[in-house]
Design a protein around this ligand. Structure first.
Ligand SMILES: Nc1ncnc2c1ncn2[C@@H]1O[C@H](COP(=O)(O)OP(=O)(O)O)[C@@H](O)[C@H]1O
Ligand SMILES: Cc1ncsc1CCOP(=O)(O)O
Ligand SMILES: [Mg+2]
Length: 280
């Protein structure tokens, strides 16, 4: 009789999983389509390149039928949303769902206006593989409520949003990640925490957007466990920031050293720095 054990995913320790996924991004170089805000385009593309992925910032609706089928994953970010962009976001999301392609939603400032919140709720209905936001964004989406935010910045800790993240994951079917001092990731049942990164990341615009795009690259190379891919991407980005911080004098030089460190990460650094564990 054939053993069931062949179907069980072998348990690797988290640091080894994270390294294997980064190595997968480097060897497969997934093409990541980013429909993203004007502020983030540069840092997001450079984050993806330094991790080994291939970014393409294509957002025009006319190109989606030709281009999106070639992408390995799509990152949709509403940071500088205007009405004319929303149909392209929805067209890309719909195509991804039809083709079984992963797509990741970054609901920037979801609670800052009813226009934004409504757009986010409509995108959530389209079944993203992953939703990554800060504490305020995840609470706004989970409660379908405006307020509770300071523009694109959170007024909540990630740990304040654990229940909201679980409810959102259960309602949407997405893996939900809340970034912060501890990055929290849930499928609605398990809750995993990644404790990497440095506080100064909050002083560089678009680091949240960029880690969302990195999540898309990790999910593209491991479609069998989006949860593991999301936790690993958040941790790896944090490790790059920790190493970059050793050479930085402030936010501007951290931005540069973050990219250099992500590009140069080796197995020993990943295995010794990744700090991931289950949360109650
Ligand atoms: N206090 C902190 N300590 C360490 N890392 C942090 C801290 N706050 C945020 N980060 C990291 O900064 C990045 C951006 O997260 P965050 O600032 O929450 O997103 P956003 O820019 O969307 O608000 C993530 O990689 C997150 O882990
Ligand atoms: C400042 C700003 N304004 C609109 S989008 C944007 C960038 C937000 O980036 P992040 O969510 O990564 O801080
Ligand atoms: Mg953000």
């Amino acid at each position: 009789m054939e053993s069931n054990s062949s179907q069980v995913r072998p348990t690797l320790e988290w640091p080894q999983k994270a390294w294997n996924l980064l190595a997968g991004v480097r060897s497969q170089s997934p093409l990541i389509q980013c429909i993203t805000n004007f502020v983030s385009m540069d840092l997001m593309a450079n984050t993806l390149l330094s991790a080994g992925a291939s970014p393409a910032m294509l957002h025009c609706i006319e190109e989606i039928p030709d281009f999106t089928p070639h992408a390995h994953a799509v990152c949709i970010n509403i940071g500088t949303l205007s009405p004319s962009w929303l149909p392209a976001m929805k067209a890309a999301a719909e195509l991804c769902s039809k083709l079984g392609k992963p797509w990741v939603l970054d609901p920037v400032a979801a609670g800052a206006s009813s226009f934004r919140l409504k757009a986010c709720m409509e995108l959530v209905e389209m079944k993203p593989t992953v939703i990554r936001g800060n504490g305020s964004e995840i609470v706004a989406l989970s409660k379908a409520s405006t307020g509770l935010t300071k523009g694109v910045d959170s007024i909540l800790e990630s740990t304040d949003a654990v229940e909201a993240a679980k409810l959102l994951a259960q309602a949407s079917g997405a893996i939900v990640a809340v970034s912060g001092a501890v990055d929290i990731v849930t499928d609605g049942k398990q809750v995993i925490g990644a404790r990497n990164g440095v506080a100064m990341l909050q002083k560089i615009t678009a680091t949240g957007c960029s880690v969302t795009a990195l999540i898309a690259a990790f999910v593209a190379v491991d479609k069998s466990s989006a949860l593991e891919a999301v936790v690993s991407a958040l941790s790896i980005f944090g490790v790059a920031a920790e190493l970059g911080m050793k050479m930085a004098n402030g936010p501007a030089s951290l931005r540069m050293h973050l990219i250099d460190s992500l590009h140069g990460l080796d197995e020993a650094a990943v295995l010794s720095h990744v700090n991931i564990g289950s949360l109650p």
